[in-house]
Design a protein around this ligand. Structure first.
Ligand SMILES: [Cu+2]
Length: 182
């Protein structure tokens, strides 16, 4: 009996130690292998917004257009006079090189630039250009950095005015348009 008991005790002792060792060393579950972070998925290429939400495409000045613009950030046109033959097809391209100001180019009857501009203050919805028989041609209200085009038939021979009707600009931002005898 005795040797057997001893053997059992030794045996169980060995098992115990083995168990403890295996628990201490290999038994402990290894930390989960840190998996490499999934390759950063790039967001799908952002599709351009629908055409309707994009700003209007930049208007180019035609080669035969009479190009005019503001003098930098001042409230003055860079040309004091434009001429065209009466009855001829005219394209005026207003190049708004300003980085802050909106402007327009409005052809009006001689001597009416201020009355047209004043009436235009209440016509924000139509680019500060009132409905008036004095208005002969106009560009849209042109944002900074954009171009605006006015295409029209030059009026009868004589002198006319052009003006920017953005509120407050008409006092200094105007010029003379002369339709010459063809
Ligand atoms: Cu202006």
């Amino acid at each position: 009996m005795r040797p057997t008991m001893m053997g059992l005790m030794v045996f169980s002792g060995i098992i115990g130690v083995t168990l403890m060792l295996s628990l201490a060393c290999g038994g402990a579950a290894p930390p989960a292998a840190t998996t490499a972070p999934a390759a950063t998925v790039r967001p799908a290429a952002t599709t351009p917004p629908a055409a309707a939400t994009q700003p209007p495409a930049a208007v180019a000045c035609a080669a035969d257009a009479r190009v005019i613009g503001p003098v930098g950030e001042t409230l003055k046109f860079d040309k004091e006079k434009l001429t065209a033959k009466a009855g001829s097809a005219v394209t005026v391209c207003f190049k708004n090189i300003s980085t802050v100001n909106q402007h327009n180019w409005v052809l009006v009857k001689q001597g009416t630039k201020d009355t047209v501009a004043v009436a235009g203050i209440a016509a924000a919805a139509t680019g500060y250009v009132p409905v008036s028989p004095d208005v002969l041609a106009k560009t849209a209200l042109v944002n900074a950095g954009q171009n605006g085009v006015a295409t029209f038939t030059a009026p009868a021979a004589g002198k006319y005015q052009y003006v920017c009707t953005f509120p407050g600009h008409n006092a200094t931002m105007f010029g003379e348009f002369e339709a010459t005898t063809p």
